[in-house]
Design a protein around this ligand. Structure first.
Ligand code: 1HN
Length: 346
């Protein structure tokens, strides 16, 4: 048989397989099992000063209540139409104006909030209100009732991170409205932080998949990093980088999404790093740039940027800077997938 004949015979065979719901592995095997991660996710940056106007414009077109959640999705340019910032994670910027409420509901997807702009709006989670301030990291656990409101006199914008694509992979999405805008409160302000976030735990506490500390205020995070930056050695790639933990397990605060805060001292020039967890960064303070294989992004306060899986990058900070970040590393570590490499300069 000539090559053309055998190719034709194969194609004809593949067509006969289809009605039986069969397909030849050998035609697709190399794209299924790649020697290294081959992601459609691309590096991208959202400069806050460029998009802030459009985020706030949404506030003139739809109310938080009407929208249920008034959010602009941060859609990865390599994953257009998929509502994803990475292959496994969703992110968006949510706006809530003074006097508004975003009605109570719950869903199996876990959420993180990272406050980008504004002070004094609240989120209520499982009967407890938490006031939010710039740089705070706040958790909504899977299947927990949550509503948001803004009793302050300024708009608030936060970065939402959700494990929507992970939940979709497992076809495990459930969601319900409470039927009331605002859930009844059963605990006072500060309860979860007193009970679980003060270096203490109730003596008979049980392990929980998600941290019962709903809020990790920036003020405390910042103070810890400032001291460590003066007194401990900096990581050559990450500066001083800490992870947020669930005090009942010692693991990541959210079972599906690892969250971090890092401080880059002024003049920091990092070594090249890559890891299998595509990572979303939100800049709290400072200015600098990130060097990637095909481009360099300048970043500053309130910008969001994303680095795909296994993409080498190097962080440089002009001013002392703090970066919040999140990724699916929490899942990858549990599954034994997670890897990293580091390369010193020169
Ligand atoms: C959600 O419930 C919130 O509660 C934010 O603030 C973003 C994106 C998709 C589905 C549910 C929130 C969301 C979401």
């Amino acid at each position: 048989m000539t090559r053309n004949n055998s190719e034709r015979a194969r194609q004809e065979y593949y067509e006969r397989l289809r009605p039986n719901d069969l397909a030849p592995l050998w035609e697709v095997m190399s794209s299924l099992v790649t020697p290294e991660p081959a992601s459609a996710c691309r590096p991208a940056i959202w400069h806050y000063e460029q998009i802030r106007g459009q985020v706030h414009e949404a506030g003139t077109l739809i109310t938080a209540k009407e929208a249920e959640r008034r959010v602009l999705i941060l859609e990865n340019p390599g994953l257009v139409g998929q509502s994803r910032i990475t292959t496994s994670l969703y992110a968006g910027l949510q706006l809530i104006l003074p006097g508004e409420v975003a009605p109570a509901h719950r869903h199996t997807q876990s959420a993180l909030r990272f406050v980008v702009e504004g002070n004094g709006a609240y989120t209520a989670v499982e009967g407890e209100k938490t006031l939010m301030h710039e740089g705070d990291f706040v958790i909504t656990p899977s299947w927990a009732w949550h509503d948001h409101g803004n009793d302050s006199d300024e708009p608030m914008v936060w970065l939402d991170g959700l494990d929507i694509p992970i939940t979709a992979l497992f076809d495990a999405s459930f969601a319900q409205p409470l039927g009331e805008d605002v859930q009844p409160l059963s605990r006072p302000l500060g309860d979860s932080n007193a009970r679980y976030g003060a270096g203490l735990l109730p003596v008979d506490v049980e392990q929980r998949p998600t941290s019962p500390v709903f809020s990790y205020p920036y003020e405390r995070t910042r103070e810890a990093l400032a001291l460590l930056a003066r007194t401990s050695e900096w990581d050559p790639c990450h500066g001083v980088r800490m992870k947020y933990v669930n005090p009942t397990t010692g693991g990541y605060a959210i079972p599906t999404m690892a969250t971090f805060m890092q401080l880059l001292p002024a003049g920091f020039s990092g070594d090249t790093y890559r890891s299998t967890d595509a990572t979303v960064f939100s800049v709290v303070e400072g200015a600098g740039h990130i060097e990637l294989p095909e481009e360099t992004f300048r970043w500053g306060k309130r910008d969001t940027f994303v680095v795909p899986s296994w993409c080498p990058y190097r962080l440089v900070a002009e001013d002392e800077s703090t970066l919040f970040s999140f990724s699916d590393r929490a899942v990858q570590e549990k599954l034994g997938f997670w890897r990293e490499t580091r390369e010193a300069e020169g």
